[in-house]
Design a protein around this ligand. Structure first.
Ligand SMILES: NC(=O)c1ccc[n+]([C@@H]2O[C@H](COP(=O)([O-])OP(=O)(O)OC[C@H]3O[C@@H](n4cnc5c(N)ncnc54)[C@H](O)[C@@H]3O)[C@@H](O)[C@H]2O)c1
Length: 458
């Protein structure tokens, strides 16, 4: 069993970058990424890729047209491949049983049925999407009803990349996980990754462990964010400094230094939906205490986002009605254009509800994306939102600046210019602790940092 031709269904934040790296590192394998979204495929074939990731453009440029192709020809691409990756979205269900928690598996089912119909000969079917444990059973069940000499092996190969560092993570993964029942099929997929990943980082497990490991990894990562954010509020109440606390606990090798940065909360398309899915599955399996334990990670995250907005209102004399507030950063983290579940949505909606005028600037998020993310989340008056082409313009005339994304360019803003252009008394709210607080305070601006001792003008 040797993989020579790959079709990846789903050209999103995972399918696009993952397949670009496989094609780049395996010039002998033909890789076709397909999607029902023709606009997205056209963007992958253009100079303006639909996903922003540092280093992605270079990789796509190297492989596109050589052995990497983006296409809407789904059926023929499945037929030509001997390995099909499923990389479609698996959002939280919004209807019926499990609404608000369970994963919506209709996209998975739709593309599995298509694989069943159009695959030829023997095909490896690889779950790249994050799925509920035991999803492979569903995939196998759908594939098992076809005849005409077609055979399948189903593997789980969850993706652990983080947006913002996807290319780096794909080139140099901590581990590649392959779950499957057939050792030959696992070995065939492992051989693809072995082109650039050291063998001791390619782990093989049974199917269910692999599916479970992805949900568990996201739950543990999100739990660290909620843990440090919970402590950030306690720090503010006591005069402790969350960064000093994080540094002190991070030195403990059992805890480690990563993912201990306080913020307005975690975002992105995965953490919330994957934990809610875990919660749903635990409830389903009669484990309510386990479900409640993990659900608290999401509840704390929602609380932290609202807490930031509440703090802004409180500091501005309990009213932001008619006040201009600069929002610096809208993506859920730096180095991505992804706004799904970004804390900025909640913070902005809360401030809009209080009557604020928001001047939003993000280097990689367009006005249309800001408006659509906000409109999708709740009723908004577009007359209260301005999208401006620079951070300086956002801050001009503002009563407050709220830094929500830790883009590098925000570390070196011209604070002297900003200070003179803001309405006094001016406030800066740094939800990433990425600014030079001492310098900004010296300019006469009040500064609040998440989890930091209260504002003292130095
Ligand atoms: N975004 C991340 O950082 C990340 C990381 C690891 C794992 N994941 C998981 O990977 C999966 C994909 O995530 P994403 O962020 O790439 O999602 P995405 O929404 O960016 O992309 C999914 C794509 O699948 C396409 N699609 C849906 N149904 C289809 C069908 N039947 N045929 C063809 N195309 C179809 C959609 O049009 C969309 O372009 C999810 O399960 C997610 O949980 C995401």
């Amino acid at each position: 069993m040797k993989i020579s031709s790959i079709c990846c269904i789903g050209a999103g934040y995972v399918g696009g970058p993952t397949m670009a790296v496989i094609a780049d590192r395996c010039p002998c394998i033909r890789v076709v990424v397909v999607d029902i979204n023709a606009e997205r495929i056209a963007a992958w074939n253009s100079d303006s890729l639909p996903v922003y990731e540092p280093g992605l453009e270079e990789v796509v440029r190297r492989a596109r047209g050589r052995n990497l192709f983006f296409s809407t020809e789904i059926d023929s691409s499945i037929a030509e491949a001997n390995c099909v990756f499923i990389s479609v979205n698996t959002p939280t269900k919004t209807y019926g049983k499990g609404a608000g928690k369970a994963s919506d598996l209709r996209y998975l089912e739709a593309c599995t049925r298509r694989i069943a119909q159009f695959a030829r000969g023997h095909t490896l079917v690889v779950e790249k999407s994050t799925l509920p444990v035991k999803s492979a059973e569903t995939v196998q069940a759908i594939l098992s009803v076809v005849s005409e000499g077609k055979t399948f092996d189903v593997l789980s190969n969850p993706e652990f990349l983080a947006e913002g560092s996807a290319i780096q993570d794909l080139f140099n993964p901590d581990r590649v996980l392959i779950g499957g029942q057939c050792s030959e099929a696992c070995a065939a997929l492992a051989a693809v990754y072995a082109n650039w990943v050291p063998l001791d980082r390619i782990l093989t497990t049974n199917l269910w462990s692999s599916e479970m490991a992805k949900l568990t990894a996201n739950a543990f990562l999100a739990q660290r964010v909620s843990s440090i954010n919970a402590i950030s509020a306690f720090c503010e109440a006591t005069g402790a400094d969350v960064e000093e606390v994080a540094q002190a606990i991070g030195k403990d090798s059992r805890i480690g230094p990563k993912f201990l940065k306080a913020s307005a909360g975690f975002g992105g398309s995965c953490f919330k939906k994957d934990i809610l899915n875990l919660v749903y599955l635990c409830e389903h399996h009669g484990l309510p205490e386990v479900a409640t334990y993990w659900e608290q990670v999401v509840i704390l995250n929602e609380w932290q986002k609202h807490r930031v907005a509440r703090t802004v209102v409180e500091k501005l004399f309990n009213t932001v009605a008619g006040k201009r507030i600069a929002i610096l950063g809208f993506a859920f983290k730096k180095d991505t254009n992804d706004t799904r579940e970004t804390p900025a949505i909640t913070v902005c909606l809360d401030l809009l509800e209080e009557g604020a005028q928001l001047a939003v600037y993000d280097p990689k998020v367009s006005k249309a994306s800001v408006l659509s993310a906000l409109a999708h989340a709740g009723p908004t008056s577009t007359q209260q939102i301005f999208s401006v082409p620079s951070a300086l313009e956002a801050c001009a005339g503002a009563d407050a600046v709220v830094v929500l994304t830790d883009w590098d360019e925000f570390r070196t803003l011209e604070w002297m210019t900003i200070a003179s252009s803001m309405r006094q008394p001016a406030w800066v709210f740094d939800t990433r602790n990425c600014l030079d607080a001492q310098f900004i305070r010296k300019l006469g601006i009040n500064l609040w940092g998440v989890g930091k001792p209260s504002n003292t003008k130095k």
